[in-house]
Ligand binder design. Structure first.
Ligand SMILES: N[C@@H](CCC(=O)N[C@@H](CS)C(=O)NCC(=O)O)C(=O)O
Length: 231
C-alpha cells in the first residue's frame, strides 16, 4: 500500500493525491507534523513534502513521484507518449509548481485578509496546541519571509493581482482550443495547474478574477471529476 507523507494544505501534496485518484490507486495518508519532519528523513531526506513510501520504496518531490507512479502504474497515463506533448506538459507543470506556487503562498498565506480565512479551513491539520491567532501569526511570518526572499513579496498587492490575471488569461487561451491544457487528453499539466489554482482560490482577489473565465471553471470541474484529491 502506498503512503503519502503530506501537509494537507499543500498544493504539491494535493497534486500527488490527484495523480493517485486519477489512476485509481489506493493509498493512506500520513499527515506530517512540521516539528517532527526531521524524523522522516528516511522518506524525505530534505524534509520537504510530499513524499511517498511504496512498500519500502520512497520517492520525494511531486514531479519525481508523478514520473515514478506513471512508470509503475501505466494505466491511465498522465505523461504524454509524444515527445512534443511531453515537453509542453513538462513546461506547464514546472510553471505551476515553481511560479504559480509562489503566487498562492503570497496571496493565500502572506496577505492577512486571506490568511485568516485559510487558517480557519486548515486549523484541523495544524498542531493542536496552537490557537487560531498563534497559527495565523506563524503562517504570516513564515510565508512573508519566504516570498520576500523569493521576490513576489516585494511587489504591491495590485501588481501581484495583475500578474495572476495574466496567468488566468493564458490558461483560458489554452482552453479555447482544447478541453485540456496539453493535447486532447488530461495530463500532469492539468493536475499541477488545478492543484495550485485551488489554493489560489482562497484569495478573494482570485475568486473575483476567475469570474471572467467560465472556461477555466468548467475545466477545473472536469479535472476534479476525473482526478479527485480525496480518496
Ligand atoms: N519541488 C518540491 C517542493 C516541495 C515543497 O516545497 N513542499 C513544501 C510544502 S508545499 C514543504 O515541504 N515545505 C517545508 C519546508 O520547506 O521545510 C515538490 O514538488 O514536491
Amino acid at each position: 500500500m502506498i503512503t503519502i507523507y503530506q501537509f494537507e494544505s499543500s498544493p504539491l501534496c494535493e497534486k500527488v493525491r490527484r495523480i493517485l485518484g486519477y489512476k485509481g490507486i489506493e493509498y493512506q495518508i500520513h499527515e506530517v507534523d512540521r516539528s517532527k519532519a526531521q524524523e522522516l528523513k528516511h522518506v524525505s531526506p530534505f524534509g520537504k513534502f510530499p513524499a511517498i513510501d511504496d512498500d519500502g520504496v520512497s520517492v520525494c518531490d511531486s514531479t519525481d513521484i508523478a514520473y515514478y507512479l506513471d512508470n509503475k502504474f501505466a494505466q491511465r497515463p498522465l505523461i504524454p507518449a509524444d515527445p512534443i506533448l511531453a515537453a509542453q506538459m513538462h513546461i506547464i507543470e514546472d510553471w505551476a509548481d515553481e511560479s504559480l506556487y509562489f503566487y498562492e503562498i503570497t496571496m493565500r498565506l502572506s496577505w492577512e485578509h486571506n490568511a485568516r480565512h485559510t487558517i480557519k479551513a486548515i486549523m484541523s491539520t495544524l498542531p493542536k496546541h496552537l490557537t487560531e491567532e498563534q497559527a495565523l501569526a506563524l503562517v504570516l511570518a513564515g510565508s512573508q519571509q519566504l516570498v520576500a526572499a523569493q521576490g513576489l513579496g516585494r511587489k504591491t498587492q495590485q501588481q501581484v493581482v495583475a500578474d495572476v490575471q495574466r496567468h488566468l488569461k493564458a490558461i483560458a487561451a489554452l482552453l479555447k482550443q482544447s478541453k485540456w491544457l496539453v493535447g486532447d487528453s488530461i495530463s500532469l499539466a492539468d493536475i499541477a495547474v488545478l492543484s495550485q489554482l485551488n489554493c489560489l482560490l482562497y484569495a478573494r482577489e482570485v475568486v473575483d478574477a476567475i469570474k471572467q473565465y467560465p472556461d477555466i471553471v468548467s475545466w477545473a470541474e472536469r479535472v476534479d471529476r476525473v482526478a479527485p484529491a480525496k480518496p
